[in-house]
Design a protein around this ligand. Structure first.
Ligand code: ADP
Ligand code: MG
Length: 330
């Protein structure tokens, strides 16, 4: 099957809905309507075979599904709605068409779940490993996107869901696949993370000051907010939400500190942000939201500190994942 047959084969299922689409796959450009009073969000993410995924422990479907989630999480982190995506595929000549179709099946399954159309892409030949790049467009009310730079002194710091579970799942898959059955939730978090789109929009409507998604671990994302906003932050270890499966994995297998999974483990795709004290009660009542600290003060050299369970305070470094190292998964 040649490139054009392949494109024809995916074109049929590419539109999840017709809303706002003047032209999808099949012309020089896709044409999307631009609604009034909306800003356009643009985000892109690349996954390289052997670096970000391996077909030894992920199916094509898993890889396709997973590809869309990082971008969806970026849209969530702006308080926006995902709309349409394009995908660029670089693959070698001996790539099975069935594998590519499986990747697209996973991608479109995720697209259906989040109501996103596939409106274009590009297909190129390479001798190297497979490279998949996904670009996602979204929308947000004019001027309302939640930036990292909006945190103010005395803001409350909140996070969604629980942290460290994706890292747990990755370790299960890489080091101990036979334990997969005992940690289904952790493996699922790695393979099928759930971008917090609804909560992101809720934080925007609430009037949160800043928001970031957690792709590289809580420590690194907090530093990004601190730096962009010019403020120092303080969190409390005992309030960091950590899943029981991560606790069990640490106790029974890895012998590491569960808090480190939350601080430095990547790819949970939860949200972290700050909001004015006035919203304390509203945030406390939101399901799946934990309050973990406060913005302490404006600062020219922002720091992030953590009070540990024994009451000691220490400075947290941003070391999350090393994007250029051999162990990168982002
Ligand atoms: P052009 O040469 O004008 O760039 P192409 O022949 O590359 O157009 O692509 C034709 C149509 O198919 C375009 O709408 C393009 O976005 C889409 N397309 C090409 N490759 C892919 C792909 N891998 N996935 C999805 N859509 C694709
Ligand atoms: Mg082209």
């Amino acid at each position: 099957m040649g490139e054009f047959n392949f494109i024809d084969s995916i074109r049929g299922g590419s539109l999840i809905h017709e809303e706002g689409v003047r032209q999808g796959i099949g012309d020089d450009c896709a044409v999307l309507e631009s609604p009034k009073y909306q800003d356009t969000l643009v985000t892109t993410d690349t996954m390289v075979e052997g670096v970000h995924f391996k077909f030894s422990y992920m199916t094509g479907f898993d890889v396709g599904y997973r590809l869309a989630t990082a971008n969806l999480s970026d849209i969530a982190a702006m308080g926006g709605r995902p709309l349409a995506m394009t995908i660029n595929v670089a693959a070698s000549g001996d790539t099975e068409i069935a594998l590519l179709q499986d990747i697209y099946k996973g991608l479109m399954e995720c697209a259906r779940r989040y109501h996103v159309n596939l409106v274009g892409g590009d297909t190129v030949h390479t001798e190297g490993p497979m490279v998949l790049t996904l670009t996602l467009l979204g929308q947000v009310e004019e001027g309302q996107a939640l930036l990292r730079s909006g945190a103010k002194p005395q803001d409350i710091i909140f996070v969604t869901g629980d942290l460290g579970l994706a890292q747990t799942g990755l370790e299960v898959l890489l080091h101990d696949p036979k334990l997969e059955d005992q940690y289904p939730m952790a493996v699922d978090r790695h393979k099928r993370p759930k971008p917090a789109i609804k909560l992101g929009q809720a934080f925007r409507q609430l009037g949160a000051h800043s928001l970031n998604d957690i792709s590289d671990g809580l420590a690194s994302e907090l530093h990004e907010i601190a730096k962009a906003s010019g403020v120092s932050l303080m969190i409390d270890e005992k309030y960091i939400p950590i899943n029981a499966n991560t606790q069990r994995w640490c106790r029974e297998v890895s012998q590491k500190n569960p808090t480190d999974y939350a601080l430095y483990g990547g790819e949970d795709f939860q949200l972290v942000g700050t909001a004015p004290q006035a919203y304390l009660e509203t945030l406390q009542e939101m399901v799946g939201v934990s309050l973990i600290g406060i913005v302490t003060q404006e600062s020219k050299s922002p720091i992030v500190t953590m009070r540990d369970v024994k009451g000691r305070t220490s400075i947290i470094t941003p070391k999350g994942y090393n994007h250029f190292g051999g162990d990168s998964h982002d």
